[in-house]
Design a protein around this ligand. Sequence first.
Ligand code: ATP
Length: 202
Amino acid sequence: MKKIGLFGGTFDPIHNGHLHIARAFADELALDMVVFLPAGNPYHKTEHTRTDAQHRLAMTELAVGHNPRFAVSDCDIIRKGATYTFDTVQIFRQQFPSAQLWWLLGSDSLLKLHTWKKWQTLVSHTHIAVAAREGDNIAQAPRELHGWIGSALQNGSLHLLQTPMYNLSSTEIRHKIRAGQSVTGLIDPQVENYIARNHLYR
Ligand code: ATP
C-alpha cells in the first residue's frame, strides 16, 4: 500500500525546521512521498497579511527540490474561498483511493486541532503525525482531544515523531531578516537567495 504524507503550512518562509520534521516524517513512517501544501492567501484580509502565495510556493519548491521523496502541491492556493484541511485531504483521497494518508503537524497545531472543521471526521480518515515543538506538552492538550489522543496512540493512527526537536520558526527568520541578521544555515541557500532577490521580509 502506498503511504503518502501531507504537510500543510504557511511556509512564510519555509525553513530547516520544516525540512527536518518532513525528513523524520518520511523516514519514521516509511512514506513513499511527502507533499508540501503551502496555504493560500487569506480569505478575509487580516492585519498580519502573509507573503503572497506565489512567493511562498516558489520558495517551497526551491527548498524541497533536492529531495526525490518530496513534492509540492498548489492545491490549497488555487482553491477559491476558505480552505480547510478536511477538504484538502478529501482531494488527495480521491486521487489516491487506496493509499494510507498521513497529515503532519507541529505540536502547537495539534493542541488546536479541535477547532478545525470536522476534525473528528478528519482524524477518523487520516493518520496524524506530530513533531514536538519547544514549550509544548501533549499531556496539556485541551479536554476535547483527550479521548481521541488516547485511543489513536493505542491503535497507531497517531504517531509522535521520535526525532529531536529543531527549534526554529518562520517568525524568527522574518525577524532576523528585518533586523539585517544572517539566516545562513537556517534556511535553504536557494531560498535565502530568492528572499534577497525579491526583497522579502524587509
Ligand atoms: P510562524 O512562525 O509564521 O507561525 P511556523 O514556523 O510555525 O511559522 P508554519 O508554516 O506555520 O511555520 O508551520 C507549518 C507546520 O509546521 C505547523 O504544523 C507547525 O506546527 C510545524 N512546524 C513549523 N516549524 C516547526 C519546528 N521547528 N518543529 C516542529 N514543527 C514545526
